[in-house]
Ligand binder design. Structure first.
Ligand SMILES: *Cc1c(COP(=O)(O)O)cnc(C)c1O
Ligand SMILES: [Zn+2]
Length: 413
């Protein structure tokens, strides 16, 4: 890889050759992929990029840690729409607001970006089997992207994972282990099995390439905004790999001179589980927390990538905003009804945090904001129906329809 220098430990600074099956540092720290920005500047320009017809995450190859000969993964991952939402901006009291709908990825979450990277790296490593543990979306995205590439998967999920996500796993032909335990226990079991059987490891905070895949969401936002950065970028946080990846992507673009300022990150978590945000708020180290929120994808009491996430939020002078499950479900309805965007609970937590930050006066009339919706609402229909309610149940009779709606305060006309 001409564009990559090494993997460097974020804790002790030790450097490693960037082999395809790179994992954590001997000291336990997570590695960061270090690029040769001079080289990248010499081979990539905005004009060159603008001419590219490849509308997937692989359009940013020069900024990604893959060999030039590694093929693009088969599914169309990335290049999700970025919608400007003037009516929602108005409602929230913001100058301008954009929603990036990453639920439109092939398996319906932002995790496809990391899983496509995992598949590419597993192929470079010559592996035939990939494994991971996940609260759901990492798993379903790995199962889908691996199936498309002809690779086998073993997937460990905690038994609270929503049915929609488990259905995806089964449909994609994964070997699924539903663990009677929490995410922490699930993660440990997957680590033991990976060690024992030598499978390629798609656990996000172990494999340093995965946040490089996730960073493509930030590269796209920048390109879609014609390289003009918003004041804030809001995203939900579980393990912390996504927000760390977003920050990495932004810093890459800054380093090669494609953008001239960096947005402040808004780290969105639930009041039912917010170890990362608590660390930001108190200025202390993070501590484990109970996992108690409907936003299952970010219900992570022991975040695996806290170091990188905290560094990203702090470096960006970011905001740590917690929202209740009620605010999350309200945000899901607001996005649905104002924007036509249907997000799962963790998917809309970023937008809920934007709303709360605006109500608190932390952001406002002068500010421009991008909110990333990280997962599609069809993954968790039970919570969607709980939040949005039931339709009118009646006999086939127009009079009953009119009176039924009248009871709900709706005049049919
Ligand atoms: C995984 C996930 C997140 C959070 O990403 P982390 O890397 O765990 O912080 C947010 N939203 C959705 C829908 C996810 O699947
Ligand atoms: Zn180290």
């Amino acid at each position: 890889m001409r564009n990559v220098i090494c993997g460097r430990c974020v804790k002790c600074g030790r450097e490693y050759e960037a082999v395809p099956d790179l994992t954590n540092c001997a000291c336990g720290g997570i590695l960061d992929i270090v690029y040769d920005y001079d080289y990248i500047r010499s081979v990539l320009t905005k004009e060159k990029l603008a001419k590219r017809t490849n509308r997937t995450m692989w359009r940013y190859r020069e900024l990604l840690p893959v060999e030039e000969t590694t093929p693009d993964t088969p599914l169309r991952v990335g290049w999700s729409p970025l919608y400007e939402e003037p009516r929602l901006a108005e409602k929230l009291g913001l100058k301008r607001l954009w929603v990036k709908d990453d639920g439109q990825n092939p398996t319906a979450s932002l995790k496809d970006r990391a899983s496509a990277m995992a598949v590419a790296k597993a192929q470079e490593a010559g592996a035939r089997t990939i494994a991971c543990s996940s609260t759901g979306n990492a798993a379903s995205s790995l199962a889908g992207n691996a199936a498309a590439a002809g690779l086998k998967t073993y997937i460990f999920v905690p038994d609270r994972a929503p049915k929609g996500k488990v259905a995806q796993l089964m449909m994609f032909g994964a070997n699924v282990i539903s663990v009677k335990g929490n995410y922490e226990e699930t993660f440990k079991m997957s680590a033991q099995a990976i060690e024992k059987y030598g499978w390629y490891n798609r656990n996000a905070a172990i494999n340093p390439y995965l946040s490089e895949g996730k960073k493509t969401v930030a590269l796209e936002i920048a390109e879609q905004l014609n390289w003009e950065m918003p004041d804030y970028l809001a995203i939900s946080v579980g393990d912390g790999c996504t927000i760390a990846g977003v920050w990495k992507g932004l810093k890459d673009l800054y380093a090669i001179g494609f953008i001239d300022r960096l947005p402040r990150l808004i780290s969105a978590q639930s009041t039912g589980c917010y170890p990362i945000n608590r660390a930001i708020q108190t200025g202390q180290d993070w501590e484990p927390m109970a996992e108690n929120t409907i936003a299952d994808s970010i219900s992570v009491g022991v975040p695996r990538n806290a170091d990188k996430a905290l560094a990203a939020i702090r470096e960006s002078n970011g905001l740590a905003i917690c929202v209740t499950d009620e605010e999350i479900m309200a945000a899901a309805q607001l996005l649905g009804r104002t924007c036509g965007v249907f997000g799962e609970p963790a998917g809309v937590t970023g937008t809920a945090a934007v709303k709360r930050a605006a109500e608190l006066g932390l952001i406002g009339r002068e500010d421009t904001v991008v909110s990333v919706v990280t997962g599609n609402g069809l993954k968790d229909v039970a919570n969607a129906i709980k939040a949005a309610g039931e339709p009118l149940h009646i006999e086939p009779d127009l009079i009953k329809m009119v009176s039924g709606f009248a009871e709900r305060g709706v005049k049919v006309m």
